[in-house]
Every structure is written in C-alpha cells, then in structure tokens.
Design a protein around this ligand. Sequence first.
Ligand SMILES: CC(C)(COP(=O)(O)OP(=O)(O)OC[C@H]1O[C@@H](n2cnc3c(N)ncnc32)[C@H](O)[C@@H]1OP(=O)(O)O)[C@@H](O)C(=O)NCCC(=O)NCCS
Length: 151
Amino acid sequence: MENTKIRLEPVTANNWKACIALELALDQEGFVPSNLYSIAESQFYPDARSTAIYNERDQLVGYVLWGRDIFANKWKIFRVMIDKSHQRQGYGKSAISAIIARIAQEPDGHEILISYQNDNEIARRLYAKLGFIEQEIDPEGKVTALWQQVV
Ligand SMILES: CC(C)(COP(=O)(O)OP(=O)(O)OC[C@H]1O[C@@H](n2cnc3c(N)ncnc32)[C@H](O)[C@@H]1OP(=O)(O)O)[C@@H](O)C(=O)NCCC(=O)NCCS
C-alpha cells in the first residue's frame, strides 16, 4: 500500500470531462463539493492547482485541489477524492504524500493545511497517519489540520 504508484497531472482541456465524471459513493457525496464545482472554483484562484490522479495503469482514479490559500497565506490541500471504484487501494494516501513532498520543496513549504468535515472519520484517520495535527473545528463542523516538516 505504502508504495502504490500514482502520477499527478494538471487538469486540462484533455481530461477535465473525465475528472468531472469521477464518482463517490452516495454516503460520501456530502464530504466534498463536486469536481465540476472545484474545477470551476479553481479558475478564480491562480495559485490553486487542479490536479488529476492517475494510477500505474494510466487510469484516471481521482482528483485533488491544492495550492496557496490566499486567506491563510499558507499551502493547503483543499480537497481530494478517489473514484468509488478505485478506493482502498492506497491511491488517496499516495496522492497526498506526493503533494506533501512537492510542497515541501517550495519556499514556505514547511507547513501545509488541510480541512475536512468533523464527521469524516476516514479522512481524519488518513490525514493523522500522514502527520496532520488537528488545530480547530469551526461552527459549521469543518476541521482544520496542520502538517509541519520535521527538522
Ligand atoms: C478519503 C479518500 C480520498 C481516501 O482515498 P483512498 O484511495 O480510498 O484511501 P487509501 O486507499 O489511500 O487509504 C488510506 C487509509 O484510509 C483507510 N481507509 C480508506 N478507505 C476506508 C474505508 N472505507 N473504511 C475504513 N478505512 C478506510 C485505509 O485503511 C488506509 O489506511 P492504511 O493504508 O493504513 O490501511 C476517499 O475515501 C474519498 O474519496 N472519500 C470521499 C471524499 C473525501 O472524504 N475526501 C476527503 C476530505 S477532503
């Protein structure tokens, strides 16, 4: 699982329709906005990177939106999803690990924010395993967690 191979590619004219066709299980749909929404939103934030996740067989398996949070002035993984038919194969964990490694190369890349809903136990466990420490829960039930590079 740890070494599941994934490849990150920007969302472009060639793959955006495939990205919006990715699906979650019904009970997961409330955890993240649709990929169509995220791709639209990312157009208005030049520092947000709308990213497609491919597996070792070159299949599109997921989508992740990450970049600079202009409000917190920090790097942030805004949201991530893996298509329901490709979950539990290590792709989510590998994609987030790859983004952490990428951000860690950037100036100011020693801290990364992530957020998820308080009732999203899978996300909580996954991010905790990757080193994110919960910071706060807002009144709407959104948890913010922080990863810090160990020096
Ligand atoms: C969260 C999500 C991205 C994880 O993707 P994934 O590729 O299925 O996760 P992985 O296979 O990399 O698993 C990561 C860890 O989570 C655990 N996990 C994943 N799905 C799980 C499930 N349905 N039940 C219990 N544990 C689960 C695994 O045990 C794994 O830990 P391990 O490697 O130590 O065994 C995916 O479940 C998803 O798209 N969820 C809906 C959207 C969402 O909630 N996004 C996060 C909030 S922004």
